[in-house]
Structures are given as structure tokens and as C-alpha cells.
Design a protein around this ligand. Structure first.
Ligand code: FES
Length: 199
């Protein structure tokens, strides 16, 4: 088995997450309006609940939300440190792109850097913002054999295997990548200390 395959086995688990039941439409809604509402199964799939405490320190898992893969990364203190020190080579280090602004909680410099409600748990859509490939998790700093365009002082993050876009451990895209923006942070909230509701 190749190093890359081994790394994938260690770091890239695919996890099923339960969909939430949606609030039913009011019984008195007139038929015409009712016909315009999304089907119940569509509503049910619009939110996903996940217990982040099931992700071990340093581990990346992929869950499903609205049919899309979503990364949940448990960042250790060491991985959080790797987010610092390379803002100058990022396209949008402060997460100013419009999709980030829509995340109402991303309202402090620290949250815009870590791009998560709780720094340790990064939750982002796992689709490269270029053409939608799933980036590969490459958290170890230093240049590796997996990409010719990877800087010698690689800071750890993701590498898109399709056209080489690079993202750091806050899923912020590097300058020179074909991907135009950071990986998307969707709306989510904590309903308890460890349970997030995505969507
Ligand atoms: S799809 Fe990721 S770089 Fe093109």
C-alpha cells in the first residue's frame, strides 16, 4: 500500500451522520401555498446533526450534508499553530469572501482566522472551489512528494489532486491556486457542547 493510501486510511474516515427531522408545515396552510413548500424528505435532508466528540484529536472525518461531503477536522494545539505565519501567501487570509460574511458568527479576527465556532473543530464543505474535487488531507508540514508546486515550507492543509489548489489547515486557499476562494463554511450551530447541527 502506498504512503498516500496509508495516510488516507489514517486520516480520512467516511462517517454517516443522521439527518434531522424537519419542522412540519402548519396544518392550516392553504393547498396552493402547501404545494410550493419543499417535500418533507427534502426538508429532513437540509440539516445534519453530528457529534464532534467522535472525531479523535488530529483526525479528519467526512460526513454528508445535503448530499455533499463535509470535512470535520479535530485540530490539536499543534495543528492550530500551523494556521499562523503564512497569511501573505493566502488569497483571503481574513475570510472576507461573501460566503464567509454570511456566516454570522464569524465576527472576530480569531474566528475569521480559524474559520470555526470552536477553534478545535473545523467544519467545511469538502469540495474544491475550483471545479469541485475533494481535496486530499496533507497536514504534515514540510515539502512532500505529492505535489511539485507545493512550497518547501508547506504549512500543512489540503492539496486538490485535480489541478493542484492548496488550502491551509483553516481551509484557506493559497495564492497561485486555481481555486478562487477558501473552502466554503456552511451555516451550523452547536446545540450542545459536542453536537453540531449543520444547515
Ligand atoms: S478542482 Fe481543485 S484545483 Fe481544480
Amino acid at each position: 500500500m502506498t504512503d498516500q493510501a496509508n495516510q488516507s486510511r489514517r486520516n480520512f474516515l467516511y462517517v454517516a451522520a443522521g439527518g434531522l427531522g424537519a419542522v412540519a408545515a402548519g396544518a392550516t396552510v392553504v393547498p396552493f401555498i402547501g404545494s410550493m413548500l419543499p417535500a418533507a424528505d427534502t426538508l429532513a435532508a437540509s440539516k445534519t446533526e453530528f457529534n464532534v466528540s467522535t472525531v479523535e484529536a488530529g483526525q479528519l472525518v467526512t460526513i454528508q450534508w445535503q448530499g455533499k461531503p463535509v470535512f470535520v477536522l479535530n485540530r490539536t494545539a499543534e495543528l492550530l499553530k500551523q494556521v499562523d505565519g503564512h497569511d501573505d501567501i493566502l488569497k483571503d487570509a481574513e475570510s472576507k469572501a461573501i460566503d464567509e460574511v454570511q456566516a454570522e458568527w464569524m465576527d472576530t479576527p480569531e474566528k475569521r482566522k480559524f474559520r470555526s465556532i470552536k477553534p478545535e473543530y473545523l467544519i467545511v464543505v469538502a469540495s474544491c472551489t475550483h471545479l469541485g474535487c475533494i481535496p486530499l488531507f496533507k497536514p504534515t508540514p514540510g515539502r512532500k512528494d505529492w505535489g511539485n508546486s507545493v512550497p518547501e515550507d508547506w504549512y500543512g492543509g489540503w492539496h486538490c489532486p485535480c489541478h493542484g489548489s492548496l488550502y491551509d489547515l483553516s481551509a484557506r486557499v493559497a495564492k497561485g491556486s486555481p481555486a478562487p476562494t477558501n473552502l466554503h463554511v456552511m451555516k451550523y450551530e452547536y446545540k450542545s457542547d459536542t453536537t453540531v447541527v449543520i444547515g
